[in-house]
Design a binder for this molecule. Structure first.
Ligand code: AMP
Length: 147
């Protein structure tokens, strides 16, 4: 099995994102792999404009909520040394968009956070579980502390 060449980090801006983002950067350095990041917009309404589902970080949308989301992603990208072109912001359902981008960009390792789950949320599943299920490449789940 060869070394990883392209790693995709999925970020949801939750409290523990910074810690597992560092883990992704360490791994990318260890394998001398390219690192890309994705944030899926599933919590703000999509405006009725000509935008497609992939959002360019280089253009001003004039939509405040979207600009705030972009700024956060760019800050994470800058901290990790990820080029703008490798910071992906996409509208959709997180697990589906993560898996689809991984195929499109020939990712060989996806890194997601994972909360220990109990009860109903265990039955409903999680983004990490779903990505693991559908991805065609390796998936690393970083265990996040339960709040
Ligand atoms: P969840 O199981 O939904 O709490 O999310 C667990 C992990 O899935 C997060 O730590 C992220 O790695 C990834 N994830 C969840 N939501 C998103 C999102 N909107 N965009 C990108 N990654 C996400």
């Amino acid at each position: 099995m060869g070394a990883y060449q392209h790693i995709l980090l999925a970020v949801d801006y939750s409290e523990h994102s910074a810690a597992f983002a560092r883990r992704a950067k360490d791994l990318a350095e260890k394998y001398q792999a390219k690192l890309s990041i994705i944030h899926v917009l599933d919590n703000i309404p999509m405006p009725d404009t000509g935008y497609g589902t992939v959002i360019s970080l280089n253009e001003d949308s004039g939509y405040d909520l979207l600009e705030a989301e972009k700024t956060r992603l760019m800050q994470i990208g800058d901290r990790l040394g990820v080029a703008r072109a490798d910071c992906w912001m996409v509208w959709g359902v997180p697990n589906q968009e993560i898996v689809q981008l991984a195929e499109q960009e020939r990712i060989d390792l996806i890194i997601v956070g994972s909360h220990g789950r109990h009860g109903l949320s265990l039955l409903l599943g999680s983004t990490a579980n779903s990505v693991l299920h559908y991805a065609g490449c390796d998936v690393m789940a970083i265990r996040l502390p339960n709040d």
